[in-house]
Ligand binder design. Structure first.
Ligand code: ADP
Length: 321
């Protein structure tokens, strides 16, 4: 573990870069991650998320730059670095013909576990991932949800301090997604985690910090709440009213309201504040004064999907796709 003036860094990348011929898939990514954080790695398809994670996990050599896990360089000190981390690659586990039990036995061997500790760790992950009912069934015959659980089980069998999870909820149904997110939250109690996703609701559900990348570059690095403040919906007030034109007129007269819009799809009316202004109380008073009946009204914290689009669209990502 690296320690400078009391700071502990679990993962660090320095100008991490990967080129495939003319294509720069990862372009000088640098960040540090402290213990106990869950970092969401966000970006459109092809942004470079998997490539970055593979390099941190020691499965792909960087073209230039470096990465370290708990102070161990992933290239020069690869064995020590790998010992500290668990990695869930995208998709299903390899070795589909094996049963989960055989696969976990195999992974425990590779991880150097033995004796009582080995048995206890395997029992622990079977229990945590609810794998008891499928232990003797070939992995390739399992549902997607169970395959992902087997993948997660192999990632945590040696109880690593650092977890790298590549799209852990991709392709799962809503219940399975919920279950995997709950598991990540439980693991976050004593682990440092990087989780890649292109699903924005995941950022709120599991992450304390988000890095947005596109074309292999970091475009934003902030907490989910900070990202929301960049949304034009931050501190906006949206509502539904039977008489939309009366509501729109009442809102337009509020001094700190910059604009009023009606969503053509759901017919919600949104009042956007002037920069830095709070309008909820004034909006409420204006509606009451004009006698406009409102069925429901809410203060918006900001919309991550809009922030994500604004940040990544300017990057020319589509041109490459
Ligand atoms: P993400 O995980 O964000 O979807 P990836 O890291 O998988 O993105 O890919 C980043 C870019 O690198 C993409 O343009 C992809 O086509 C390219 N790429 C990934 N792996 C290879 C490879 N082995 N050979 C050539 N290009 C690759």
């Amino acid at each position: 573990m690296q320690s400078t003036s009391g700071d502990i860094t679990m993962i660090e990348t320095r100008q991490l870069t990967k080129r495939y011929g003319d294509l720069t898939a990862v372009d000088g990514i640098s960040f540090k991650l402290e213990p106990g954080r869950v970092l969401g790695f966000l970006g459109p398809n092809g942004a470079g998320k998997s490539t970055t994670m593979k390099m941190i996990a020691g499965f792909l050599a960087p073209t230039s730059g470096s990465a370290s896990v708990c102070g161990h360089d992933v290239v020069d000190d690869a064995i020590a670095a790998k010992r500290m981390l668990g990695y869930l690659p995208e998709g299903a586990p390899s070795y589909g013909e094996m049963t989960p039990l055989r696969f976990l036995d195999f992974v425990a061997d590779v991880r150097g576990l033995s004796g009582a500790k080995r048995a206890q760790r395997i029992d622990d992950v079977i229990e945590r991932l609810h794998l008891n009912g499928v232990l003797e069934q070939p992995i390739e015959t399992l549902s997607k949800g169970f395959k992902r659980r087997v993948g997660l089980a192999q990632a945590i069998v040696h109880d690593p301090q650092v977890l790298i999870l590549d799209e852990p909820t991709d392709g799962l149904d809503p219940n399975q997604k919920h279950e995997v997110r709950a598991l990540i939250n439980r693991l976050a109690a004593d682990k440092t985690i990087i989780v890649s996703t292109h699903i924005l609701e995941e950022v709120h559900a599991v992450c304390s910090r988000a890095i947005i990348i596109a074309r292999g570059r970091v475009l934003a690095d902030a907490t989910p709440a900070e990202l929301e403040t960049r949304s034009r919906y931050h501190q906006a007030v949206s509502l539904t009213a039977a008489n939309m034109s009366a509501a729109k007129e009442a809102l337009s007269k509020v001094a700190d309201v910059a604009a009023v819009e009606i969503d053509p799809q759901d017919h919600r009316i949104t009042a956007f504040p002037k920069p830095g202004r709070q309008i909820f109380i004034a909006v409420n008073q204006a509606l009451q004064a004009q006698g406009v009946a409102v069925s429901e009204m809410q203060l918006e914290s900001g919309r991550l999907d809009e922030v994500f689009r604004t940040i990544t669209q300017g990057s020319g990502q589509e041109a490459r796709a």
